[in-house]
Write a protein that binds this ligand. Structure first.
Ligand SMILES: NC(=O)c1ccc[n+]([C@@H]2O[C@H](COP(=O)([O-])OP(=O)(O)OC[C@H]3O[C@@H](n4cnc5c(N)ncnc54)[C@H](OP(=O)(O)O)[C@@H]3O)[C@@H](O)[C@H]2O)c1
Length: 337
């Protein structure tokens, strides 16, 4: 496709109207689907395993798929303009590739691959948390098959990470304990799940291509084979703790606080992963993200202004995180059962 709308064949519509998504009932996917539906500019087709128990958002078109029958995935993707992949980090290794290969066969031109994490340009960090090379291979496969990608660099999800237990942002709300990494002053960019949804919906609501060489408006094509950067907040653990105390109406005296060196924590997490214990992964991931000399802060690149994303209220986001604690605990129990 040449780069201006004026050069496209008759009948070309300069907009992304048909979006398919895998994981529309999942943690981030549910926010992406809801935000896309809210624009009123997109139909959203949710590809979901035919035996899935995940609840899909109202308003999506459901397309049951079977990962062992590629034809079901290709059929669900036929005619779609943009394919968003949000699959659980615990899926079988070849799941992402199966989706990408089916998308190529269905003729989908653009894919948002799994990721929704830190800055893909922080290559060393990506290697040390083991997610970078996998995400790079996913993007490479998309390009190799003649499609283009847009990935999302949002840092840790604030609400989810706050709720997700000690291994993440250090908070255990049941025990009212907090592990502070190093001195607790290292800052990270963090995004709420709803801000991630809004950012993706904004990008996919622009024109696909500039009309002509004089058209300087924002277009989806600006982000093709590129990253959407966003943030909600840039915070240290100490600052998060201040918000948590306000929201839970507690004081220092109510909390048991320990300090841990991030490098030791990373090594401990890695040792657990090497013994096959998945619990070590979150520990190493967040410890590495809070390294004082190389934190996963991508706020300097954030496209918030470009996308017109709203300023969010920190304590409201903290409350959303606290409210999510039980839900995430139930999810872990379900996954372990
Ligand atoms: N930045 C952060 O803080 C952060 C935190 C967590 C995750 N992430 C990233 O975000 C992405 C999505 O994660 P998520 O937590 O949103 O995912 P999720 O909610 O755990 O799962 C998303 C979907 O994956 C599908 N799925 C689950 N198990 C499957 C299996 N065995 N085979 C095939 N499909 C399966 C389900 O869809 P159906 O049931 O409809 O088939 C589910 O709704 C990942 O790339 C992850 O690494 C980022």
């Amino acid at each position: 496709m040449s780069e201006y709308a004026k050069n496209q064949p008759t009948g070309f519509k300069n907009a992304i109207e048909r979006v398919a998504i895998v994981g529309a009932g999942g943690t981030v996917g549910s926010h992406l689907a809801a935000a896309l539906l809210k624009t009123g500019k997109h139909t959203v087709t949710a590809l979901s395993r035919k035996d899935s128990n995940n609840k899909l958002p109202e308003g999506v078109i459901v397309a049951p798929i079977d990962y062992d029958d590629e034809a079901t995935i290709v059929a669900a993707l036929k005619g779609q303009q943009f394919f968003i992949i949000t699959v659980s980090p615990t899926v079988p290794r070849d799941t992402h590739s199966k989706l990408v290969q089916a998308a190529a066969k269905a003729g989908v031109p653009y894919i948002m691959p799994n990721g929704y994490a830190g800055d893909i340009d922080q290559v060393k960090l990506g290697e040390e948390v083991m997610l970078g090379p996998v995400a790079k291979a996913n993007r490479d496969e998309i390009e190799r098959l003649g499609m283009k990608w847009i990935t999302v660099c949002c840092g840790f999800w604030y609400d989810y990470s706050l709720a997700g237990g000690e291994a993440r942002l250090g908070f255990d709300f049941d025990k009212r304990s907090l592990t502070i990494y190093d001195d607790g002053n290292t800052k990270n960019s963090l995004s709420t799940l709803s801000q991630v949804g809004r950012a993706v919906a904004k990008v996919l609501s622009f024109k696909l291509l500039p009309d002509d060489e004089n058209d300087k408006s924002l277009t989806v094509s600006r982000w093709l084979n590129n990253s959407v950067y966003l943030k909600s907040f840039v915070l240290s653990q100490n600052e998060i703790f201040e918000s948590v105390k306000r929201v839970t109406d507690t004081s220092d005296a109510d909390w048991t606080i320990t300090h841990e060196d991030t490098k030791k924590r990373y090594a401990d997490g890695l040792a657990l992963v090497k013994t096959g214990n998945r619990a070590g992964f979150a520990k190493l991931l967040y410890a590495r993200g809070f390294y004082q000399d190389d934190a996963s802060d991508c706020s300097a690149k954030a496209h918030n202004e470009l996308l017109g994303l709203p300023e969010e209220n920190l304590d409201e986001a903290t409350k959303a995180g606290v409210d999510m604690v039980k839900e995430l605990q139930r999810r872990v129990e379900r996954m372990n059962s």
